[in-house]
Write a protein that binds this ligand. Structure first.
Ligand SMILES: CSC[C@H]1O[C@H](OP(=O)(O)O)[C@H](O)[C@@H]1O
Length: 370
């Protein structure tokens, strides 16, 4: 069985029991120790799950946002109100709003065309499934394009790749984004070591990327985020490959906090810094990095390792941005499902998005129409 089939986990699924539709989520806050499912039968529960990172990762947020609109429609909730609640659940990943708007638009157009509530709900569910399918397909394509890029940049194989946060199956249900590229290198026998930043404060790296790397049989090591510099200094990093939550029109990249320092280290040590993200993460509507809203999260995520296990004095003030922004000049290449942009310029991004829209209109794939 191919690696990606072994590792595809049911990050989310739609079920229709007699009592009504439910969105079933793999609770990512319980990994790697437990594989627990969370059952969402209404939008407030789904919004709470998104905010608690039960379900997380930019592409998957777009997928779950779409399913959330479909859930509201299927259960007869106010779809407009539900859409607003879902879109506002987390501000930085543009995908969330994209998925919500896209499915909401299909639902609205179905009603405007005279469809009844059930027919419009069915149309919304079909569109949510299309968003999910496209993100899964995008992951496979990004894996191919990104691996081709790494072969070009580092032809000798035996790669030592550093990654940050989690960008695998758990952020799309398919291959993922940055980890899709790492998996492709691993399958080709070219991955010597995956360096996994633990990614404080919620440990998406050690918990989730570690879990995925172990399931894939990769040679991986977990490291404290603040140890990455010494790896570069020791010449132990051949490439940095990370994901993104929003790419602005000027090529600025918002990603998990700690990504920007890696980009600076990579530039100083002449190491490629590669960002892997689907086009649903590219946001032409945000002009530059300053325009990206960076989610500020609760202080207890930093001051407590677990409920009641404090690592700071009571009352300590906390700075806890969930993301940071890397300027395009520090990004070696942006890998998308439609190809690679390098260097990452506004013109290069615009051309790639335009090319993709043209292809989508020709194939009926709605990727960019939201
Ligand atoms: C490529 S999507 C994964 C992306 O999402 C993560 O953020 P979070 O865990 O807070 O949803 C992180 O920024 C990853 O790079």
């Amino acid at each position: 069985m191919a690696d990606h089939e072994v590792n595809a986990v049911p990050v989310l699924r739609w079920e229709e029991p007699p009592e009504g539709p439910v969105l079933v989520l793999l609770d990512q806050t319980r990994l790697p120790g437990e594989e627990v499912e969370c059952f969402c039968t209404d939008v407030p529960a789904l919004v709470a799950a998104i905010r608690a990172l039960v379900v997380r990762g930019a592409p998957l947020l777009g997928v779950v946002g779409g399913y959330g609109v479909a859930l509201a429609a299927a259960r007869g909730f106010d779809v407009e109100e539900a859409s607003e609640q879902l879109a506002q659940a987390r501000p930085t990943a543009v995908n969330l709003g994209y998925g919500v708007r896209r499915v909401r638009g299909v639902h609205e157009r179905a009603l405007a065309a005279g469809a009844g509530p059930e027919e419009a709900a069915a149309a919304a569910l079909a569109e949510a499934r299309a968003v999910h399918r496209e993100e899964v397909e995008a992951g496979a394509a990004m894996g191919r394009h990104g691996w081709a890029l790494l072969r070009e940049l580092l032809p000798g194989g035996g790669l030592r790749v550093l990654t940050h946060c989690n960008t695998g199956t758990l952020v799309s249900g398919g291959e993922g984004t940055a980890l899709a590229v790492v998996r492709a290198a691993h399958r080709a026998g070219a991955l010597r070591r995956l360096w996994v930043d633990e990614t404080r404060p919620l440990f998406q790296g050690s918990r989730l990327t570690g879990w995925e790397a172990a399931r894939s049989g990769m040679a991986y090591s977990v490291l404290p985020d603040n140890a990455a510099g010494s790896l570069f200094a020791a010449g132990e990093v051949d490439a940095v490959v990370v994901g993104a939550d929003r790419v602005a029109a000027d090529g600025s990249v918002a990603n998990k906090v700690g990504s920007y320092p890696l980009a600076v280290l990579a530039r100083y040590h002449h190491v490629p810094f590669v960002v892997v993200a689907p086009l649903s993460t590219v946001d032409p509507g945000t002009e530059d990095g300053a325009g990206i809203e960076v989610e500020q999260r609760a202080g207890h995520e930093v001051t407590e390792l677990a409920p009641g296990v404090s690592v700071a004095p009571p009352g300590a003030r906390v700075y806890n941005p969930a993301f940071d922004v890397t300027p395009a000049e520090l990004v070696t290449a942006l890998v998308t499902e439609s190809g690679v942009v390098s260097p990452v310029t506004p013109e290069g991004l615009a051309e790639l998005c335009s090319r993709s829209r043209t292809r989508a209109s020709q194939t009926g794939n709605g990727m960019m129409n939201a």
